[in-house]
Design a protein around this ligand. Sequence first.
Ligand SMILES: Nc1ncnc2c1ncn2[C@@H]1O[C@H](COP(=O)(O)OP(=O)(O)OP(=O)(O)O)[C@@H](O)[C@H]1O
Length: 256
Amino acid sequence: MEARDLNVFYGDFHAVHDVNLSYGRHEITAMIGPSGCGKSTVLRCLNRMNDLVTGARVEGEVLYHGQDIYQKGVDPIAVRTHIGMVFQKPNPFPKSIYDNIAYGPRVTGMKVDNMDDLVEEALRGAALWDEVKDKLKQSAYGLSGGQQQRLCIARTIATKPDVILMDEPCSALDPIATARVEDLMLELRNQYTIIVVTHNMQQAARVSDRTAFFTARPDETTGNRTGLLVEFDLTSTIFSNPHDKRTEDYISGRFG
Ligand SMILES: Nc1ncnc2c1ncn2[C@@H]1O[C@H](COP(=O)(O)OP(=O)(O)OP(=O)(O)O)[C@@H](O)[C@H]1O
């Protein structure tokens, strides 16, 4: 995936300025930076989730296998089946564990030979099968927060996307549940391209292959802070030998 000259506005407010970024296939890319620098805004552009935000306007291109997902005629629902999203707070549907997984394939009209097999495959893929296989008909709300987040990941992979976007997927989880989700991300990387927004720099350092550091620059006249990409590189480089002083200051905790 690739963002080209991406600018995002909320009404008159220029939230994100000229982002150019290539996301590697079967890699985990982390997007980090101080609050308000536009990480989530950029993430939402990658599967047209900003279409659902009142007043949001996107300029530039987001290329997915070379095709601009903002081009006229592209169906945003179809985009979201290829490019799934996992949110900050686990948000299972008020349905059984089984139906949470089966819902996406059903509503998107996916051709499924055997739904039981697909549900099992998705739950196994999200490292949750062994914990829930005997209670598939029970409500998803009975699961712990960490299990609910893995259920949401299973729900995302059930529609067979090839990119998974994650918006601070562990911020509502305790350290043990966080470690499980991070292990899962590393496993999923074999099959999926993962793009994750995180506030947690250790998490970015632990799981990602490449890291994009964003910051926000105040407009001299209005004082409004517009987000921009400062540096994008291998995670090891960003954390050990960043080229930009702003990255270094952020990483070392002098700013943000
Ligand atoms: N729906 C919206 N309407 C208006 N402004 C918005 C909206 N969503 C985000 N913004 C603004 O856009 C800017 C970027 O926000 P965004 O949430 O993308 O940043 P972020 O880096 O993900 O922040 P955080 O780390 O705090 O979640 C901020 O100034 C924010 O107030």
